[in-house]
Design a protein around this ligand. Structure first.
Ligand SMILES: Nc1nc2c(ncn2[C@@H]2O[C@H](COP(=O)(O)OP(=O)(O)OP(=O)(O)O)[C@@H](O)[C@H]2O)c(=O)[nH]1
Ligand SMILES: [Mg+2]
Length: 361
């Protein structure tokens, strides 16, 4: 699962990427904004940490999300094959929006997050529209040669997409059936990807309140409430300072700002939600581990996330909610209390389930 970090020039994309993935970029990487950086961020999960405290395992494994930092976006960049290739390949987008005041760092015009959001969304739509038009031209010719139901269906769907884009609406707001989505999946449309707007705000004394108020203050609430969109705020400057500290110092620093968790923790969690993922856990003395699966996955397919053999030879899954397991104190107690259940292959796995897969392989 990959998330692309996009935004206008000099809004803090690379800084955010670097903090998220704890990557140490060379000066050269900074000075070459056309190069894409790829890094992995561990998804924080205190449920898993609590399970680990119970089992004291040899190994503790979180899930992760991959981030890609590309250069600044714009109509020109979107015409570059390499640039657009990086963006097409991601599953979701984080749009970093400048909201911080700093006269030493230039910005196109005044600080106006909503304007920037609209402009970047517009660029994504224009890029998709070009692609749709090109394919439609081709389809007209192909349909003259051969009228297959598949081609007609694609034609019909792309005409709908075109009208939608021409009305300046991103494809992530177009209602589509699962079949429709599959049909146009190969295009990897940019405006179809789920998007999280991240307001990069100035450092202030009561940062907790400022962060909470930012989305409404900059009038982003409405765009963020649309389908497959969301918004949050961070303070890049504070996050950068936090990332250099030990855990104990960071905790003290956070509380001095009235904060309970770092903005990054929130941001990584939001990315996970945006990607439509949930976690289940496997727990034991060897390893406690979180696994990510799409929401509404069946138990048998979830087993496949661990190993394809477990999916093939699946019998049942011993299942319990993470907090019920903690409450019982051990699997044996939970079994005695009846909170540990045996679920079959069609059970829909819930976020926070702890599972032990029984298999015949
Ligand atoms: N005041 C302030 N400056 C910031 C913040 N975040 C980033 N900067 C500064 O803004 C400049 C650009 O930061 P980058 O992270 O390189 O921005 P970018 O979006 O990757 O820039 P390009 O890739 O060139 O488009 C740097 O000088 C940063 O130190 C912030 O939250 N507050
Ligand atoms: Mg950059």
């Amino acid at each position: 699962m990959k998330t692309g970090i996009i935004g206008l020039p000099q809004v803090g994309k690379t800084s955010l990427f670097r903090i998220l993935t704890k990557a140490n970029l060379s000066e050269q990487a900074y000075s070459n904004p056309r190069e894409a950086h790829v890094g992995v961020a561990k998804v924080p999960d205190d449920r898993l940490d609590k399970l680990a405290a119970l089992y004291n395992p040899k190994k503790l494994t979180h899930t992760s999300v991959e981030y890609v930092d590309v250069g600044a976006i714009g109509q020109d960049a979107l015409k570059e094959t390499a640039y657009i290739g990086h963006l097409r390949n991601v599953d979701a987008l984080i749009h970093v929006v400048r909201a911080f005041e700093d006269d030493s760092i230039p910005h196109v015009g005044t600080i106006d997050p909503l304007r920037d959001i609209k402009n970047v969304d517009f660029d994504l739509m224009i890029s998709d529209l070009g692609q749709v038009e090109k394919r439609l031209e081709r389809l007209v010719k192909d349909l003259k040669k051969m009228r297959t139901p598949e081609l007609e269906k694609e034609n019909e769907l792309l005409i709908k997409a075109k009208a939608h884009l021409e009305a300046e609406k991103p494809l992530r707001e177009l209602e589509m059936t699962a079949g429709d989505k599959k049909l146009i999946k190969g295009f990897m449309f940019l405006s179809e990807k789920p998007i999280l707007y991240v307001l990069n705000i100035s450092e202030t004394q009561e940062l907790d309140k400022a962060l909470e108020a930012a989305v409404a203050k900059y009038k982003v609430t409405e765009v963020a409430s649309r389908p497959n969109a969301g918004a949050t705020a961070i303070c890049g400057k504070v996050e950068a300072e936090l990332s250099e500290m030990s855990d104990a110092d960071a905790a003290e620093f956070l509380s001095s700002y009235g904060l309970k968790e770092s903005g990054l923790t929130r941001l990584i969690r939001k990315t996970y939600e945006l990607l439509g993922l949930i976690s289940f856990f496997t727990a034991g003395e060897d390893e406690c581990r979180a696994w990510h699966i799409p929401a509404h996955t069946r138990a048998q397919e979830a087993a496949g996330a661990i190993h394809s053999d477990l999916e093939k030879h699946f019998i049942r899954a011993e299942t319990i909610r993470w907090d019920q397991l903690l409450e019982a104190g051990s699997e044996a107690n939970a079994r005695a209390k009846g909170t540990l259940r045996l679920e079959g292959k069609d059970y829909i796995v819930k976020d926070g389930d702890v599972m032990h897969i029984r298999h015949s392989g």
